[in-house]
Design a protein around this ligand. Structure first.
Ligand SMILES: Cc1cc2nc3c(=O)[nH]c(=O)nc-3n(C[C@H](O)[C@H](O)[C@H](O)COP(=O)(O)OP(=O)(O)OC[C@H]3O[C@@H](n4cnc5c(N)ncnc54)[C@H](O)[C@@H]3O)c2cc1C
Length: 385
């Protein structure tokens, strides 16, 4: 974004002094504010839109363990320990959502009834079987299911089998993030687009059209937009689009959310009976990039074809909603949490690579811990680059 001299010099409100200025009111920014709530700091959360207007209000609401990769493959590429650390981070995220938020009255349609990962081919079923063996050995409740069991459980046709992760959950992500932000007690400034951040001896100055924030510390919780504000983050986080559709309500039939096709495609039935289906970005990997909020006709057509193929009885369900959302894919697929290189006043919590509901609440706690106590686990730290 370019900014003209005229609009840069036209703030109408007096500056705001804060200890921590968090840019971005998605799950990452709201959660960071939440975990700072008892530290006696003055915290502002600012967003160019409203709370959860980015990916946090446009996702599928799966709260799953692990990353976006099957555990067995994650362990092969990153090593067993890192795969396990990522798994434990998401387990802890789930536990914290359940105890700290839902358990204390936050109504966000949270349900912990597990998730299915469905195999489209015999090869995928083999990988899922390896995953289940790894995880069962570590006490994670996972059951391997035959094609007959899967297709009977979810009333579908065409899957080669799958696994059921008993611990996973699902949520209304918009209600979740709004609730986290409200409970943080931070001052919220919606419709404040940050145009630039100026270094100043007294601390960074964050310029928006309406007012300037004078902060001790800035936190970038800006997901796929991070590169618009900071080149270091721009080199490490790529904005990547995802597509979803939602049908009119149909009679309840699906016991739990499902991933398919190596976690690239997914569907769940919402509490009001609607079926949500997303994914298929593999059909247009080169062009489904950037931050534009645009539908992709071919992907949307494939989402509908997926519905008809696997759930012929629902072939006539009307599509009531279609939307796109911007994910922030990090260079190595793991979250990026910590201080920017050489800076003690600029931090980030971003790069969730399509898995931010599964990691974000815990990630906010990790960043808050770093700000307050100076520590972050190495595999998600900015220091790994
Ligand atoms: C289609 C789709 C499906 C998904 N499904 C799932 C799922 O089921 N489970 C799961 O775990 N994850 C899922 N994800 C990923 C998940 O939604 C994201 O990882 C997560 O929401 C990222 O949260 P965030 O707070 O980092 O970013 P966002 O929620 O994108 O928040 C970033 C915020 O920064 C603000 N911002 C950016 N630039 C500026 C600026 N210059 N000034 C002020 N504000 C600014 C934006 O307006 C935005 O509100 C999905 C994502 C998509 C798009």
């Amino acid at each position: 974004m370019t900014v003209s001299y005229w609009m840069d010099q036209s703030a109408t409100e007096p500056p705001v002094e804060v200890d921590v200025c968090i840019i971005g009111a998605g799950i990452a920014g709201a959660s960071t504010a939440y975990w700072l709530k008892d530290a006696g700091l003055k915290v502002a959360v600012i967003d160019k839109g409203d709370v959860a207007c980015g990916a946090s209000g446009r996702n599928a609401g799966f709260v799953t363990c692990g990353s976006v990769e099957h555990f067995a493959r994650e362990a092969k590429t990153r090593g067993e320990q890192v795969a396990l650390d990522l798994w434990q981070m998401s387990q802890e995220n789930l536990r914290l959502i359940e105890t700290e938020l839902v358990g204390k009255g936050l109504d966000c349609d949270f349900k912990r009834g597990g998730t299915y990962s469905l195999a489209g081919t015999a090869h995928e079923l083999e990988v899922l079987g390896e995953t289940a063996t790894h995880l069962q050995a570590r006490g994670v409740p996972v059951t391997v299911l035959s094609a007959e069991q899967v297709n009977r459980d979810i009333q579908a046709t065409g899957f080669a089998g799958g696994v059921l992760y008993h611990d996973d959950g699902e949520v209304h992500p918009g209600k979740l993030v709004r609730g986290i932000l409200e409970r943080s007690g931070a001052d919220f400034y919606p419709h404040h687009e940050v145009r630039r951040i100026e270094d100043h001896p007294a601390g960074p100055r964050i310029h928006t059209r309406l007012r300037t924030f004078h902060a001790g510390v800035v936190v970038f919780a800006t997901n796929g937009w991070s590169g618009e504000l900071n080149p270091w983050l721009g080199e490490r986080i790529a904005p990547t689009r995802g597509q979803i559709l939602v049908t009119d309500p149909v009679a309840p039939f699906l016991p739990a959310p499902c991933y398919a096709n190596f976690v690239l495609d997914y569907f769940r039935q919402l509490p009001d009976g609607r079926l949500l289906i997303g994914g298929f970005r593999q059909l247009a990997k080169e062009t489904e990039v950037g931050t534009a909020d645009v539908l992709h006709p071919e992907i949307q057509a494939n989402l509908e074809a997926f519905l008809k193929r696997h759930f012929p009885a629902l072939a006539h369900a009307r599509v009531a909603y279609r939307w796109a959302g911007t994910m922030g894919f990090s260079q190595d697929g793991m979250p990026i949490i910590g201080a920017l290189p050489g800076r003690s006043d600029l931090y980030c919590v971003a790069g969730f690579t399509g898995h931010g509901i599964g990691w974000g609440f815990k990630a906010g706690q990790l960043l808050a811990d770093l700000l307050l106590h100076g520590k972050t686990p190495p595999h998600v730290s900015t220091r790994r680059f």
